[in-house]
Every structure is written in structure tokens, then in C-alpha cells.
Design a binder for this molecule. Structure first.
Ligand code: PMP
Length: 298
């Protein structure tokens, strides 16, 4: 993180940032650009709309959020206060592997489900935020990385607790912090370093995801329809071609201690969450089960 950024540990999860960021970044402007690539982008749009106008500059809703619209098709507003992207859509399983250049307009990224899974260039962003509950620690705390020039311009009547400047001045202790969550996040940072750091975890994450997608793509028994170049390394949604087997699949998976594979209620199907904390052996065990289940039911 370059020295012209502040790192904050705040309460309210990632969701609160979807309204707090407009309050802090509008700076006299009247509209914000959003790129909608899945459920969480839509949720952020809904929250932001309570504060000011939202322009959906690009969306992949037309194809069920299975791709990232090409950067040169985005209909950006040159007067926008910022451009918001969701680099990893947790439910839809779509991940950006590079980031657009949006000129002088600050780029804002909801990194909740990809932060710490791989290194990335923070300097491309005005604000990065992430709910902690994936690769950082327990839910309820959000990490916010904000560039200095975007601090100190809140809209009138903003309560202190929603003002980045107040949090910076108080070193994230403006009121009693979520102490236990923050402490545990510290332990996870130490664990991450002990693994060899984020770059090392990226290698493992690439391997885990590649072999899981290979297994899912092998025969057509399982389906993942996300465009290959933007498939998430953290959340792998998939469907059984014959959905009447879903209950049987989940029951047998549970019996093997392969847990929580049921997809999010928004998308249905299945979802394998393979965050940093999931060891490669866990992915290998899932792949063995996928193959075995197919052999017996295909
Ligand atoms: N954005 C993304 C990408 C998420 O995955 C989630 C939660 N899973 C949220 C926002 C909302 O986070 P929170 O519950 O911390 O508000």
C-alpha cells in the first residue's frame, strides 16, 4: 500500500461502505458510475442510490452475470465522482484480473472476496474496501484503504462515524472498535506472512482453482458458464447438469465432510468457497468426490 493511502478498520461490514463512500467521495459532484457484474454490485448500486444519482456505465446482467463487459464499452461519465467495480463477485464467481484506467476519476473497488488472494496494484484505486470475513478474519469489520486526497470532503450533515477523516484522525478508534475481530484479523495477517505472504498464496490459489475448474469442465456432467478468462479463484459456482441429483450430491458431500457446497439462494446450484484458508488438500478431496459422484450417477 503506497504511503499516500490510509488503512482503516471500520464497523458496518462492506455494505456500509456502499453508502459511506458516496458520502465521502461526492466532492460536490452529483453522479457516480457503477459497473455491475453480479449481485454485490447491484446491492452497492441500491445503497448508493440513496445518496446520489447512479449511472450504470456497464452491466453483464444480459447474460446472467457471466462475464466482465470489455473496458472500452463502458459508458463512463467524465463528471462522475468515482467509478465503482466489484473485482470479485462472490455469488456469481466472476473476477477481474486486470483493472481499467479511468483517468482522473477515482476507481473504487469492493475487494471483499478477493483481497489477500493475490497481489494487486493499489495505486490504481482511490478507495479499496473489503468486508473481513473471507481472507482477513471474522465478519463485522471492514478494511478500507483510502487515498489521502479523497479524505476530508464529506457531504453536509454527515455523522462523524461515517466520515473517513474522523476515522483517520482517531486511527480507527473513533468509538470502541470491534476489538476481538480486529485482533483476530491481526492473527490472520501473521498467518498470511507465515505462509510466505500474499504472492505465495496466489500460487496456491491459482493451482487450487485451475484443477477444480478442469474437473468441472471435464465431461459436461457439471456446468460452470462463467467466461474462462474471468472465473473466480475464490468462489466457484457450478451446477449439476441433471439438477434432480442436487439433494443426493449435497447429502453425499456432507457425509464426506465436504460442507457448505449448496449455492447461494440467489443463484441456486452449488458453490465451492476456496478462500486462502481452504488447503489444497480440501480442493483435492472435492475433486475426488466430483469424479466419484459422476462415475456412479453419470
Ligand atoms: N461485497 C461482496 C463482494 C461480498 O461478498 C459481500 C458479503 N459476502 C458484501 C459485499 C457484503 O458484506 P457485509 O456483509 O460485510 O456487509
Amino acid at each position: 500500500v503506497p504511503s499516500n493511502y490510509k488503512v482503516l478498520f471500520l464497523q458496518g461490514g462492506a455494505t456500509l461502505q456502499a453508502s459511506m463512500i458516496p458520502m465521502n467521495l461526492l466532492r460536490g459532484k452529483t453522479s457516480m458510475d457503477f459497473i455491475e457484474t453480479g449481485h454485490w454490485g447491484t446491492r452497492a448500486i441500491n445503497e448508493a442510490q440513496a445518496i446520489a444519482n447512479v449511472n450504470i456505465a456497464a452491466t453483464s446482467k444480459d447474460k446472467g452475470f457471466t462475464y466482465v463487459p470489455a473496458f472500452d464499452t463502458w459508458k463512463l461519465d467524465k463528471n462522475a465522482a468515482f467509478v465503482h467495480i466489484t473485482p470479485n463477485e462472490t455469488i456469481h464467481g466472476v473476477e477481474f484480473y486486470d483493472f481499467p484506467n479511468v483517468g482522473d476519476i477515482p476507481l473504487v473497488g469492493d475487494f471483499s472476496s478477493t483481497i489477500m488472494s493475490r497481489p494487486f496494484d493499489v495505486s490504481k484505486f482511490g478507495v479499496i474496501y473489503a468486508g473481513a470475513q473471507k481472507n482477513i478474519g471474522p465478519s463485522g469489520i471492514a478494511v478500507v484503504i483510502v487515498r489521502d486526497d479523497l479524505i476530508g470532503n464529506v457531504i453536509p450533515h454527515t455523522p462523524d462515524l461515517l466520515n473517513f477523516k474522523k476515522h483517520v484522525e482517531a486511527e480507527s478508534m473513533l468509538n470502541t472498535p470491534a476489538t476481538y475481530n480486529w485482533y483476530l484479523a491481526g492473527l490472520v495477517f501473521k498467518w498470511t506472512k507465515a505462509q510466505g505472504g500474499v504472492a505465495k498464496l496466489e500460487e496456491v490459489n491459482k493451482r487450487k482453482a485451475a484443477k477444480l475448474y478442469d474437473a468441472l469442465d471435464a465431461t459436461g456432467f457439471y456446468i460452470n458458464s462463467i467466461e474462462k478468462s474471468v472465473r473466480s479463484r475464490m468462489n466457484v459456482p457450478f451446477f449439476l447438469k441433471d439438477e434432480s441429483l442436487n439433494d443426493k450430491f449435497l447429502k453425499e458431500a456432507n457425509e464426506r465432510r465436504l460442507l457448505n457446497l449448496k449455492g447461494h439462494k440467489v443463484s441456486g446450484g452449488m458453490r465451492a468457497s476456496i478462500y486462502n484458508a481452504m488447503p489444497e488438500a480440501g480442493v483435492d478431496a472435492l475433486i475426488d468426490f466430483l469424479k466419484d459422484f459422476e462415475k456412479r450417477n453419470g
